[in-house]
Every structure is written in structure tokens, then in C-alpha cells.
Design a protein around this ligand. Structure first.
Ligand code: GAR
Length: 293
């Protein structure tokens, strides 16, 4: 548990102890002060008293830990920590109040769009995450109809309107797109777009990266290569997009044990099922986490 906390907060063992001490001392001072103030007020100790006590210690807590963090040398950590909590509270308040704080997603796809379909269906239940746009580069691709059926605008990229051009990036920014989700999008993402959406572009690949990734490795080509090489495992990889094909930091992988009877076609079907199950919830987790951090 301590190791996990150390990694989460990116601190060494000594600082972790001092942070825990700050929480403990700050928390005790805050509890003590809250009680003293209420006793001074002379209020009767009933349900309202406890409610007031909870409100009071919630207000006092940040001040107390910040105060204690000074002598323990942990001010920088707590300043960041409290800022993060406040941001989360403000965000959930604006969600509750219905203020426009939606997370807006653009799906980029080139093919049939079965993943796009599953993502659209999944986020229908989520009022604060909106699939706002589909971007496609292949006239006639199945995903164009999926966008139309779901009343989602579909933007076509081509020579006149290239991916990563200033005009294209401006169009995404104008729509306040927060995240780009690649779902079978077969054009390399240009650096300009990666720079405009740092750590906000996510891809799915139908194999266990770094194996069977890279230029030319997409769709059925991946499954044919996996079967031809008599691999006993395959799976899916969800990763952040960087300048190289199928290369950025891996967020999630799911594995499938290949059966002796599997062919490239049956493997493709199984992998698609895995993608449909895992991609939408993994996206949800990432976008919610990033939006509040
Ligand atoms: C998916 O299997 C996806 O993993 C793959 O294209 C397929 C699109 O299917 N992507 C890649 O190979 C990227 N290198 P879909 O159009 O039915 O969602």
C-alpha cells in the first residue's frame, strides 16, 4: 500500500512518512479546533451539532494541514493536493448544476466502425461525456453511416482538408474537443495534432503491443500474421498516441489464449469482441481521471 502511494504521489519514502504525519497531525488539530469552537458556541449536542461539526472540520481541514505542512517541509505537496481536491469539488458541483462542463470526444475511424458504434452506445448513458464528432478519411466507410444514424457530425479529411492542418486543429478546438479516440483509424497522426492534444489521443490495436504493431499492421493483417507465426496468445492494447505507429504508453491490455482451431477470421471476431467490451469503459476511466486531475 505504501509503495502504491509513493508511486501515486511521486515521492520518496521519507517524504511519504512526513506527508502521512501531516495528514494525521493536521487532521487531529482540525478535529480539536472544530470541537472547541462548537463547545464555545454553547449549542446543544444533537444531530445538527454533528452536522455542523462535519461542515466545520471540512472547512478547517485545508488550513490545518497547510499549517502543519510548513514545519514538516511538505507545503509544495499539500498546495498541489488541496488544489486538486478543490478542482474536483468545483467540477462535480458544476456537473450537478448542469454547467457546460461536458467532456467532448471526437472518434477518428476509417472502416466499418464497430468500435465507434460501441463507444457511441456506451456513452449515451453518460450525460457529461459527449461523442461530438466523427472524423473519417475513407469515403463510403461504414462509420459514416453510423455517425449519421446517431446524429453525429462526420468530418471528412482529405487533400484539401488534411489531418493536422491548422484549419483542421482549429475546427476541433472550436468544437471544444477534449479527447480524440482512434477506432480503426489508418492514417498516421501528425505531430501538430499530437502537440495540440497532448496525452489526449488514445488508440486501440488488435494485438499485444509491442508485438504485431507498426506500419502496415492493422485489421486482418495483424491476425493473419499472428496465426501464421503460430502464436499461442494475442489480445488488445489501448495506448496513448505518440509520433510512431502503435507505439505510445500502454494504458490497458487484455489477453486471449489462441485455440488450435483458431483461424485469422475467428481470431478477428474474438479480438473484436474483446475490443467492444473493454474500449468504452477504459476510455471513460481515462477521460474522467484526466478531466479532474
Ligand atoms: C479494430 O480491430 C482496431 O483495433 C483496428 O482496426 C479495427 C477497426 O475495426 N485498428 C488497428 O489495427 C490500428 N493499428 P472497426 O472499424 O470495426 O472498429
Amino acid at each position: 500500500m505504501f509503495k502504491k502511494l509513493q508511486a501515486k504521489w511521486n515521492v520518496n519514502g521519507r517524504n511519504l512518512l512526513l506527508i502521512i504525519a501531516t495528514f494525521a497531525i493536521g487532521g487531529s488539530i482540525c478535529g480539536f479546533l472544530g470541537r472547541k469552537l462548537l463547545l464555545l458556541s454553547g449549542l446543544e449536542k444533537n444531530f445538527g451539532w454533528f452536522l455542523l461539526y462535519i461542515i466545520l472540520i471540512t472547512i478547517l481541514w485545508p488550513f490545518c494541514v497547510i499549517l502543519v505542512s510548513f514545519p514538516l517541509g511538505q507545503f509544495a505537496f499539500f498546495k498541489k493536493y488541496i488544489k486538486k481536491i478543490l478542482k474536483r469539488v468545483m467540477l462535480s458541483r458544476s456537473f450537478v448544476a448542469g454547467i457546460n462542463n461536458n467532456i467532448r470526444i471526437a472518434i477518428f475511424a476509417s472502416g466499418a466502425g464497430s468500435n465507434a458504434q460501441k463507444i457511441i452506445e456506451y456513452f449515451r448513458k453518460e450525460p457529461h461525456i459527449k461523442i461530438d464528432l466523427v472524423v473519417c478519411n475513407k469515403p463510403g466507410a461504414g462509420v459514416i453511416k453510423i455517425a449519421g444514424d446517431n446524429n453525429i457530425e462526420c468530418l471528412m479529411v482529405n487533400r484539401e482538408f488534411p489531418l493536422g492542418s491548422d484549419l483542421f486543429i482549429a475546427a476541433l478546438k472550436k468544437r471544444r474537443i477534449d479527447f480524440i479516440i482512434l477506432a480503426g483509424f489508418l492514417i498516421k497522426i501528425p505531430s501538430a495534432l499530437i502537440m495540440a492534444f497532448p496525452k489526449k489521443i488514445i488508440n486501440i490495436h488488435p494485438a499485444l503491443l509491442p508485438a504485431y504493431g507498426g506500419k502496415g499492421m492493422y485489421g486482418m493483417f495483424v491476425h493473419e500474421a499472428v496465426i501464421a507465426n503460430k502464436e499461442n496468445k494475442s489480445g488488445i492494447s489501448i495506448h496513448y498516441v505518440d509520433e510512431l505507429y502503435d507505439h505510445g504508453e500502454i494504458i490497458f491490455q487484455a489477453t486471449y489464449d489462441i485455440l488450435p482451431a483458431d483461424t485469422a477470421e475467428t481470431l478477428a471476431q474474438t479480438i473484436h469482441r474483446l475490443e467492444h467490451t473493454h474500449y468504452p469503459p477504459v476510455i471513460e476511466k481515462i477521460v474522467k481521471k484526466q478531466k479532474t486531475s
